[in-house]
Write a protein that binds this ligand. Structure first.
Ligand code: MN
Length: 265
């Protein structure tokens, strides 16, 4: 069962932790952030991209910046969420201001059919809208209770598609290592519900390829370079220690009642 009781107050708590831990470098970062208004944060977990909000907002993390250590460090989390993801949110909102007709289509529908997005803002929706979508999923499927292996219908689906969890993990790792430059590696569901591996460049989403993403690893250098430098493979290995498989399973579509009932027992 997914644990929802760990609702923390990430910024207040983790900033103090961070400042205490990292001395002058931390102070310099905090000073850089200090004058800026706090980002607008929504409390929606599993953000619903099927509705159009008045303005897109940075989803609040359900854990502290340092909660994923030693696997993902607090400074990477703070910058990745507070600056990179915020920049995608800002860029998407700028496109919304420029092209009000975007308010007529939910983000996930726009990303699934970019050709239908007005050309003047298509690249902005692709990059910033995709960035918002991908990162929201990313924060939602990792957490302090991560690691281990999946169970229930997700475990069965992984075995069916890849032979075993270990085989899946190795192939997912290879896919993530194989992304040239910046992008993402994914575990997705096909339209028939079977699981497939996938990768996308930049902030492109699997939605554009008619795939439903269950789990994604961000392999942009900003996701790992502070702690792991150029060692993407080590980052991928640590990523597996923070994947919350119940959150991944919760994204699965088309589970039969029987499978859900079996899982509940
Ligand atoms: Mn990122």
């Amino acid at each position: 069962m997914r644990k929802t009781s760990r609702t923390l107050t990430p910024r207040g708590r983790s900033r103090r932790t961070f400042l205490a831990a990292s001395g002058s470098a931390g102070l310099a970062l905090a000073a850089g952030c200090g004058g800026a208004p706090r980002p607008e944060v929504s409390t929606v977990s599993h953000a619903d991209h099927s509705v159009v909000p008045d303005a897109y907002t940075l989803p609040e993390l359900r854990y502290a910046f340092d909660a994923l250590e030693p696997h993902i460090d607090a400074l990477t989390m703070e910058i990745h969420w507070g600056r990179h993801h915020q920049a995608y949110v800002n860029g998407l909102n700028a496109a919304l201001d420029e092209e009000p007709s975007l308010r007529e289509r939910p983000l996930e529908l726009m990303l699934a059919d970019l050709d239908a997005v007005p050309e003047s803002v298509r690249t902005a929706v692709r990059n910033h809208g995709g960035g918002h979508y991908n990162h929201t999923l990313f924060w939602d499927t990792i957490g302090p209770d991560g690691g281990g292996t999946p169970d229930g219908p997700l475990a069965s689906a992984i075995d069916d598609a890849f032979g075993s969890f270990d085989d899946f993990r190795e192939r997912f790792r290879d896919t993530a290592l194989g992304v040239f430059g910046s992008g993402w590696a994914w575990l997705c569901q096909n339209e028939d519900g079977t699981l497939v591996l996938h990768d996308t460049p930049n902030q492109d989403t699997p939605l554009a390829d008619r795939l439903h993403p269950l789990l994604g690893i961000d392999v942009w250098e900003h996701a790992y370079y502070l702690a792991f430098r150029n060692e993407r493979g080590r980052y991928i290995d640590h990523f597996f220690e923070v994947v919350e498989w119940d959150a991944v399973r919760a994204r699965m579509r088309g589970l039969t009642d029987e499978a859900e009932t079996a899982r509940a027992r």
